[in-house]
Design a protein. Structure first.
Lengths: 615, 425
């Protein structure tokens, strides 16, 4: 072979290597963009900036919920150097074993890498944080990160406020990537239902990091960063003073109070008893406290005012009186005699016979059974079934038998049987008024939540309409934008049928069963109820609104297993109305005292029981 | 009386010199980029790699100038002494080595650290050229083959003992020069086939490979003239190939060190090791691949700047080129490198003295081997073998030795018109 040919062969070998390399480079640099992505993953770190969660005020501008800084301790194992472990454990208040355990646990967790920051200890106390901060320079590789947690200024209204906690896998999935592990989310109350309003918008900051994960600066001078937007503050319709009083009055009792401003549907107080301190859901003990409350047999987590169905008792008599008039089978002058009851429904002794107003005032069972019978067996309808459907329509128009749509989770719909329900039990056309007669006095297959009861009371107070009850009055200083909370739901009862019923309710307080609820100078219209309870002693029920003209408050009080409505429910309602309307609740000291001290849970505590009777 | 032969400036191959300085300065910029910190921008800092490299460039230029001023007969005359000195230095390393990154190839003389393995390359090249340009020397002579093989194997073995496998392998590149000087072409072919078989043996179970070789040999006998001699050759080659293939697996398991095995496994895709050997290559590919068509620009290479690429100023310096200057920059770089290699071969071929030509081929072979292994390693085509990219990589010994290697040839070339010393081939 000729020599220059050999040289050319060598040159060809060189060039073929060069060619292979160029082709390879073309693949790496031009055709495959995954390396570009990897490169960004290497250096770009997305840092989340957490916005401040919106604050919560009551309707008078009193701050109820705010944010508090919490301090998480992180460690980058690679950067820990010359650590005085004993001193470290002393400052942090942990044992040496605890120290070792934390590291072992960390190593087992997903996504562990020694050059990455790992959570070492959650939510240091402020004291520990301060002590740690002083020593920080001795503890290379450790770093504290500030987050905010909720703080509840008062221990009441837990069922309205709700609480926040760390997101679950499910929340993360549902949010389509908004939440990350460890984020907080509203779990109940307005914290949950107004989560998107309160949480604000997380900001993002892109920083460049080197191979040891140390920050090297902003990415492109921050042009891709988005600032965090603080959550909106919300103003509750709750009157905190009223709420607080309600909770005090219900202490050591099982029951609910719901107070509504009739003209707006704003919930003024939503009291559940037993309840819990919302601050139990703050901080490190969140999980433990939750389990404790969950296991508590008195069910403090149960949102009674929204969900517990009670036999409605006397509210039904009021609604029956309205329905009867609307259906044309009853007028103000209709009288029925009472022979201490109607069929198997008993009644208590009172003068007889009575017209409508009087019947309401004395809450005559026989009278309203008659009304019910005449409504359901109304000959204007071809069948009892049709008449019943009409009755059902009237009742439903007061918001019974379905969820009202309050802006809180956990609302129950109660139970208002449809004609199909009775068809199923008795067979079609096999039932009529007498079969279901106990409905007339609000017993039987009926369930009504305290919220529904207060709402129906508000509808009576409004002479024919109600607005969906809600607890959030303003968001960011502007009225709650939900149109439902402006919209009047008209009942199927004409306004003209209300005055006689309302007069009867006024008589209840001035001369009837609830004289104890009188407040000097305020015209109160109310109705006691003693709801028969298949599980034990009757529930004490009272619902009322005041003043009679231009009502400002409608209230429903239920005290479980407490007996007559007048004994417990009426005084409680009265005290609360007084508080709301006059700003005072201590004008009747003895009554207040008796209510506050009344203990219906610890039954064997006889001293209190005797006191109760004396009053 | 020896006639003083100062080279005329017009005789110096300026293209080579320009390419040399282009590479050295581009390399310096790459080293600067790889240690640059946005938070701490600096103009000059002698404690940093690029600062030291600048000093080394100065030193190299000075030595280069001396070489250009020295009588060209000096290199012929002192070829053996230089070779012997480098061998002595290599042995001295074995005795007084300073271990740097698992390799004990460094020697420290008064705070000055150097790597004699780098100098052994031009030492051996000079000795080979000297020996093979002697009168009556024919490469086809068995004795010549043995002597030259010995001259290469001696430094290679010492370097292997220093744990510098990469540098030792460089000596294998002299086979290209032997090819030019008369080594039959099929040696290159056999060498290539052995490399291919070695790779296949690591990927495919050796039993399948042995069967495949047998089948191939059987088919081969069908197309050749089946006389006794041919059949015996085929049989011998087949048996050798089979034995070779089955020994590869054994050698792989028992001879190579664990980290070398890992590197090879990673390259072959048998092992994913994103923290160790695989990490280097992966990060290197990411840096280069993220450069795109035009690159991110000078000092904008995030992967280099933020230390994702290990050994970025030395063995992985090409990453900086790939990331900051992109595909275009990489192609220009490869093009310029090819231009240099082509130029050296053209220069070698125009020599009237055999000594000069052989030396020239040695220079080209060494530079090519470094280029092929180093670039191939950064783009994931060759196992990670730690050898520098000539003129680019940070490192005093390397820069100095490559400068000497190249400048001796420039010096020899400047006197190419002078009288014959070696015999014509």
């Amino acid at each position: 072979m000729d020599n220059s040919a050999k040289r050319n062969i060598l040159i060809a070998i060189f060039f073929s290597f060069a060619l292979v390399y160029i082709v390879r480079l073309a693949f790496l640099q031009l055709f495959d963009d995954s390396y570009l992505r990897y490169a960004q993953q290497n250096v770009l770190q997305e840092q989340t900036i957490y916005p401040a969660r919106g604050l919560v005020y009551d309707r008078n501008g009193e701050l109820l919920v705010y944010n508090d800084a919490i301090y998480d301790l992180f460690v980058t194992p690679d950067q820990v150097k010359d650590l005085d472990t004993a001193e470290f454990c002393r400052v942090l208040g942990i044992t040496l074993e605890g120290f070792v355990q934390r590291f072992e646990k960390m190593k087992k967790s997903k996504g562990y890498a020694p050059y990455r920051e790992q959570l070492f200890e959650k939510q240091l106390s402020i004291q520990t944080y301060a002590a740690f901060q002083e020593k920080m320079f001795d503890f290379l590789g450790f770093n504290t990160v500030v987050r905010t947690d909720r703080k509840y200024k008062f221990s009441d209204a837990a069922h309205v406020m709700g609480y926040i906690g760390e997101v679950t896998e499910k929340d993360i999935e549902k949010s389509e990537g908004y939440y990350r592990m460890g984020d907080f989310i509203g779990i109940s109350g307005v914290e949950k239902s107004y989560e998107e309003v309160l949480r604000g918008k997380k900001g993002v900051q892109f920083v460049l990091v080197d191979s040891k994960n140390r920050t090297q600066g902003r990415y492109k001078e921050g042009q891709f960063d988005t600032p965090a937007v603080a959550g909106y503050n919300i103003e509750l319709s709750i009157d905190h003073q009223l709420q607080q009083l309600g909770e005090q009055l219900l202490q050591n009792k099982v029951g609910s109070v719901v107070a509504i401003e009739p003209s707006t549907g704003e919930i003024l107080a939503l009291v559940a008893s037993p309840t819990y301190d919302p601050n139990l859901f703050v901080g490190r003990e969140r999980g433990n406290n939750y389990m404790k409350l969950l296991r508590d047999p008195s069910k403090p987590l149960f949102n009674r005012p929204l969900a517990a169905p009670y036999p409605p008792g006397s509210i039904f008599k009021v609604l029956m009186a309205l329905t009867g008039q609307q259906e044309g089978v009853l007028n103000a002058n209709t009288t029925y005699g009472c022979r201490n009851g109607y069929m198997f429904v008993g009644c208590h002794p009172h003068s007889s016979p009575l017209a409508l107003r009087g019947a309401i005032a004395v809450s005559c069972n026989a009278y309203f059974c008659q009304v019910y019978r005449s409504v359901v067996n109304n000959l204007a309808y071809p069948k009892a079934e049709k008449a019943y459907q009409s009755f059902h329509k009237h009742m439903a128009s007061f918001g019974l038998g379905k969820r009202l749509g309050v802006d809180l989770f956990g609302e129950g719909g109660g139970l208002l049987p449809t004609s199909e329900y009775y068809d199923k039990i008795y067979g079609r056309y096999r039932w009529q008024a007498t079969t279901t007669i106990s409905l007339g006095i609000g017993q039987g297959e009926l369930g009504i939540t305290p919220l529904q009861m207060a709402n129906a009371t508000a509808a009576v107070a409004n002479r024919g309409y109600w607005i969906t009850p809600h607890v959030v009055k303003k968001i960011d200083g502007k009225p709650n934008p939900n149109p439902e909370y402006q919209n009047k739901h008209w009942t199927t009862i004409d306004t003209t049928y209300f005055p006689v019923v309302i007069d009867g309710m006024q008589d209840v307080v001035t001369a009837g069963t609830a004289r104890i609820a009188q407040i000097p100078g305020i015209e109160i219209c109310g109705k006691t109820g003693t709801a028969q309870n298949p599980h034990g002693k009757d529930h004490s029920v009272f619902f009322a609104f005041a003043p009679k003209h231009n009502p400002k408050i409608a209230i429903a009080v239920i005290v479980e297993n407490a007996g007559f409505g007048a004994t417990w429910a009426a005084p409680i309602a009265s005290l609360m109305m007084e508080q709301y309307l006059t700003g005072k609740h201590d004008t009747r000291k003895a009554l207040l005292e008796r209510m506050l001290k009344g203990n219906l849970i610890h039954k064997n505590d006889t001293t209190i029981t005797t006191q109760t009777i004396k009053h | 009386m020896i006639q003083q032969s100062q080279p005329k400036p017009s005789n110096i191959d300026w293209l080579t010199l320009v390419l040399y300085y282009t590479f050295v300065i581009a390399g310096l910029l790459c080293i600067y980029a790889s240690v640059y910190r946005e938070s701490n921008p600096m103009i000059y800092d002698a404690t940093q790699n690029y600062g030291k490299q600048l000093i080394w460039i100065g030193a190299s230029s000075f030595i280069g100038l001396l070489i250009l001023l020295v009588d060209e007969k000096f290199f012929y005359a002192f070829a053996y002494p230089i070779y012997i000195i480098t061998i002595v230095l290599l042995l001295a390393v074995l005795a007084f080595a300073t271990t740097v990154k698992g390799s004990s190839s460094w020697i420290e003389i008064g705070g000055f650290r150097m790597q004699p393995a780098e100098f052994a390359k031009f030492g051996t090249a000079l000795a080979l050229a000297r020996y093979m340009s002697g009168f009556n020397i024919k490469y086809s002579d068995r004795k010549v083959q043995l002597v030259t093989a010995g001259m290469i194997l001696l430094p290679m073995l010492i370097i292997l003992l220093q744990n510098e496998t990469g540098s030792a392998l460089v000596f294998a590149s002299f086979v290209l020069m032997f090819y030019r000087e008369g080594l039959p072409g099929y040696f290159l072919f056999i060498g290539l086939m052995m490399a291919v078989l070695a790779v296949l043996a690591l990927v495919i179970p050796s039993l399948y490979l042995i069967i495949a070789i047998g089948v191939f040999a059987g088919l081969f006998t069908l197309v050749i003239r089946r006389n006794r001699q041919n059949l015996l050759i085929v049989l011998a080659v087949t048996l050798f190939a089979m034995a070779y293939v089955s020994s590869i697996g054994y050698a792989f398991e028992n001879v190579l060190q664990p980290h070398q095995k890992t590197r090879i496994n990673v390259l072959l895709g048998k092992e994913v090791d994103l923290k160790g050997a695989g990490y280097n290559v992966q990060q290197s590919k990411i840096a280069i691949g993220s450069g795109g068509l035009l690159g991110k620009g000078f000092l904008e290479g995030t992967q280099n700047k933020f230390r994702f690429v290990p050994e970025q100023s030395t063995d992985f310096i090409f990453c900086t080129i790939g990331e900051e200057y992109g595909f275009v920059g990489s192609v220009v770089f490869i093009g310029l490198y090819m231009l240099l290699l082509w130029r050296i071969l053209v220069m070698a071929e125009r020599q009237r003295q055999k000594f000069n030509r052989i030396y020239g081929y040695c220079v080209a072979a060494i530079l090519f081997f470094h280029f092929a292994i180093n670039i191939g390693m950064t783009i994931g085509l060759v196992p990670v073998i730690g050898i520098p990219l000539p003129f680019f990589s940070y490192g005093g010994s390397a820069l100095l030795s490559f400068t000497i290697l190249l400048f001796i040839f420039i010096r020899l070339d400047a006197n190419r018109q002078n009288e014959l010393r070696g015999a014509f081939d």
